[in-house]
Design a protein around this ligand. Structure first.
Ligand SMILES: Cc1cc2nc3c(=O)[nH]c(=O)nc-3n(C[C@H](O)[C@H](O)[C@H](O)COP(=O)(O)OP(=O)(O)OC[C@H]3O[C@@H](n4cnc5c(N)ncnc54)[C@H](O)[C@@H]3O)c2cc1C
Length: 397
């Protein structure tokens, strides 16, 4: 049985491991975190293109059992005026709109289904190095563990160690935005079924939704020229205090949501990888954020990672030679992934416009005109159209 060593049990890792296991591979996953943490990360959008891959894994229903369906996005000015309503999915198909889930829940569902498929996830093991061997590859971990396999798959996110083996010259680009967010309860705030709301605040962009049980999911994107220190990250209390100041002039319910925040507040600098020159080298390949990290603005990070998982498994199914499989995978994915990263970067620029008063006034005047027919505008449907490649379609060679 061929063996693929998979690094990282975020989104792409457990998904590709399950698909490869079905295809007759041994596909153990190694994750640096010590355990599954339901509170890890905030929340994210799983778009219909990502859900098609969850369908392949048979877990869409389970994921959606704890999701907020958000087929539309309402955009508000810093004065609380509704500027536009835009689809969060293909135009005119609200049933194919986005589903917002806690990142920890997506992880849990993926880890459970991986375990059901017979995938072993080893936690508390950080990959520290890779070495090409006569038969394939040897992976070294920080606890002294060593694993041999035919290939290694880097699903280890934006700071990927596997990518360093493939394309050591690449560095992720800081977007100039820090994402922060958390969960709140605000007395009297009505649920927003089917909708996520966004506010172009005076000094920082804000997004929120209210679940049927009254829980508020919120995030803020503050413009911060230099990425915050990794060694001395701000505490949750400091982050919340800063956000309350940043949003103090913004319309309700923004200040109330910040006041009503309970539990931890996450804050992380947002990085992107516009292009990575090679996605594979010898026995190593990388996928997901490791090769095309996108800012969360397009709501596509997890969905692209899922698409990659299906595409890589299908390519390895079609090609007996793994290098041919890796090349086919990269060829099938690069253009689309980079296009989505660029699309998200364009949205980031709009968010930053809130920093200048004149740009903000212009945006508030022009956005309603540009987005007047947004609910019927099919120009961005390409973002959601990808279909997972069929597995078992036969060998090309
Ligand atoms: C902590 C965290 C919070 C996030 N929060 C949000 C959010 O709120 N909203 C949003 O839109 N996106 C968020 N993201 C990004 C989003 O999860 C990704 O865009 C998406 O899941 C892509 O999946 P991926 O599998 O490529 O990478 P990731 O989901 O980043 O998974 C990578 C995995 O690899 C592990 N790993 C890294 N290095 C090593 C190593 N050397 N050895 C072993 N394991 C390693 C990591 O611990 C992680 O579990 C977050 C990512 C992280 C890591």
């Amino acid at each position: 049985m061929p063996k693929a060593i998979i690094i990282g049990a975020g989104t792409a890792g457990p998904a590709v491991a399950q698909l490869l296991t079905r295809q007759g591979w041994e596909a153990p996953v190694f994750e640096s975190r010590t355990a599954l943490d339901p509170a890890d990360g905030l929340f994210l959008n799983v778009a219909v293109n990502g859900r098609r891959v969850l369908d392949l894994l048979g877990i869409t229903g389970r994921l959606l059992s704890d999701a907020h369906r958000a087929g539309e996005m309402e955009m508000y000015s810093g004065k609380g005026r509704l500027l536009a309503t835009v689809p969060n999915g293909p135009a005119g198909r609200p049933e194919d709109g986005g589903a917002v889930v806690r990142r920890g829940w997506l992880q849990q569902v993926l880890w459970e289904s991986a375990a059901d498929a017979g995938v072993r996830i080893s936690t508390g093991r950080r990959l520290t190095g890779l070495e090409e061997t006569v038969d394939g590859v040897r992976a070294f971990f920080d606890d002294g563990h060593v694993e041999d396999g035919e290939i290694v798959i880097g699903a280890d996110g934006v700071g990927s160690r596997v990518r360093r083996f493939i394309a050591p010259e690449v560095r992720a680009e800081y977007t100039g935005l820090v994402g922060a967010g958390g969960f709140a309860r605000v007395a009297g705030l009505a649920p927003t079924p089917g909708i996520q709301r966004f506010v172009f605040g005076r000094r920082s962009f804000f997004g929120y939704l209210v679940r049927d049980d009254g829980t508020v999911y919120w995030f803020a994107n503050a413009t911060v020229p230099e990425p915050p220190s990794r060694e001395h990250p701000a505490s949750a209390v400091e982050v919340l205090a800063q956000l309350r100041v940043l949003h103090s002039d913004d319309p309700e319910p923004v200040p109330s949501i910040l006041r009503g925040t309970q539990g931890s507040v996450g804050a992380y600098p947002i990085f992107r990888l516009p292009t990575v020159p090679r996605w594979w080298r010898g026995p190593a390949v990388a996928l997901g954020d490791a090769v095309h990290a996108t800012s969360p603005s397009a709501g596509q990070g997890a969905s692209l990672a899922l698409e990659d998982a299906a595409a890589l498994a299908a390519s390895l199914d079609r090609h007996a030679d793994h290098e041919a499989g890796f090349a086919a995978f990269e060829a099938s994915r690069r253009e689309r992934a980079e296009r989505v990263v660029a699309y998200a970067a364009a949205i980031d620029r709009q968010k930053k416009a809130g920093g200048s008063r004149i740009a903000g006034v212009l945006r508030d005047l022009l956005l309603p005109l540009f987005l007047r027919n947004a609910t019927k505008d099919t120009r961005y449907d390409w973002v959601f159209e990808a279909e997972p490649a069929p597995v078992g379609a036969g060998r090309d060679e």
